[in-house]
Design a protein around this ligand. Sequence first.
Ligand SMILES: [Zn+2]
Ligand SMILES: [Zn+2]
Ligand SMILES: [Zn+2]
Length: 122
Amino acid sequence: MSGGPGVSGPAVPGPVVHGPVVDDETRCIHYRSAVDVIAIKFACCGEYYPCHLCHAETAGHAAAQWPRAEWGERAILCGVCKHELTIADYLEVTACPACGAAFNEGCRLHSHLYFDAAAPLD
Ligand SMILES: [Zn+2]
Ligand SMILES: [Zn+2]
Ligand SMILES: [Zn+2]
């Protein structure tokens, strides 16, 4: 859906985030603590979702992980300032480099759901 005026979007413009988002900083019904402010663009559909559960419940297809070769893609959205980070950048920071918002370090436990974080096979 391109073109046409948006409906009542958030005050800060940014990519559309799909799924059961509960506020305009990309928190969702699954993860809504103070630091759950990022959304992830999924490799399978190129759409932003707040978390893997949102994708599973809303997208209607299995999630794909970003291959390491594509970690230069801007696939992480800071819900506070709408800055987009590359995957490689995101994995090296604990806060948004643009606005300083702290990111949930617990998300690292779920990295394999979004990124191909396993060691490459020879
Ligand atoms: Zn998808
Ligand atoms: Zn969610
Ligand atoms: Zn930010």
